[in-house]
Design a protein around this ligand. Structure first.
Ligand code: ZN
Length: 277
């Protein structure tokens, strides 16, 4: 059975890249319409699907061919991580509020709104028959059928003395997602952040919504939430990008090393191509 939320819920803040006021309203969806965006920018609702991906520079962006919305991956991650199939996502600006840089504001709002199953609406899911691999340089993905459940193993390796190699193994469920993945914040290196701001990106970026790594220290408001917060955020992003297949994963094991948005989207395409529904 397909799932939506019980009641509408709104979140306000500022957008990460444009630094402008931003508001999102999550609304229950009656039909089997998937995750989709409603915005004054678009004539029709824009489904969160791979075919609508505009680009993956510092985030995942969607377009209807004329207008673009930016950095939607944390919001999609929250919906997919909680197992929500159908959701109307109303945006007032070009991007959702950055919140604290994690998916927690979205996930806890959705969780509090409550879930509602929709009798008569069949839930299709993405399953695999065999093993699947994708590799480019030191970026690697693997997927294979699993007995029961959705499992991830992520490795993040950064040649920085303060981060180094982090590995995370995770079995997906709404509660585990909310507790262990949603709170992991986005992170950036201070030299990158300066370059981004010069390029007109990350204008809303600050220690309120990102963990910043300098040459000698990790700047995190309130300290790191997990010792391995970085790799947890990589999983958060991956779950959000895989939601662009339009299908929930079922009985699959996924491994990723040095994942990023562009590669995530390519991997999602491959999964969809090889999946049986
Ligand atoms: Zn992210």
């Amino acid at each position: 059975m397909r799932t939506t939320i019980r009641s509408s819920v709104a979140i306000e803040g500022i957008g990460l890249h444009k630094g402008k006021p931003a508001k999102v309203v999550f609304r229950p969806a009656e039909g089997a319409t998937g995750l989709r965006f409603l915005s004054p920018l678009f004539g029709d609702p824009l489904p969160a699907l791979l075919s609508n991906v505009a680009g993956t520079v510092r985030g995942t962006n969607l377009t209807d061919g004329r207008s673009t919305i930016y950095t939607v991956e944390h919001l999609l991650s929250a919906a997919a991580g909680l197992g929500i199939d159908d959701l109307d996502i109303e945006l007032t600006g070009e991007e959702p509020p950055a919140g604290d840089g994690s998916a927690l504001p979205f996930a806890s709002a959705l969780y509090k709104a409550g879930f509602r199953e929709k009798p008569g609406q069949e839930r299709k899911s993405l399953q695999l028959k065999g093993r699947l691999e994708m590799r480019k340089g030191d970026v690697a993905y693997l997927a294979q059928p699993a007995a029961k459940g959705v499992f991830f193993k992520l490795t993040y390796d950064y040649p920085h003395q303060l981060v180094g190699r982090q590995t995370l193994e995770f079995a997906l469920s709404p509660e585990e997602y909310l507790a262990r993945v949603a709170p992991a914040r986005t992170f950036g290196f201070s030299h990158e952040l300066e370059a981004l701001k010069k390029a007109g990106l990350a204008l809303g970026g600050s220690l309120d919504n990102a963990v910043v790594i300098t040459g000698t220290e990790i700047l995190a408001k309130g300290g790191l939430r997990f010792a391995d917060e970085f790799v947890r955020h990589k999983l958060l992003d991956l779950i959000g990008d895989l939601a662009l297949t339009g299908l929930p994963l079922k009985d699959v094991y996924i491994e990723a090393e040095r994942s990023g948005h562009a590669a995530n989207v390519n991997f999602a395409k491959l999964l969809l191509e090889k999946a049986y529904l």
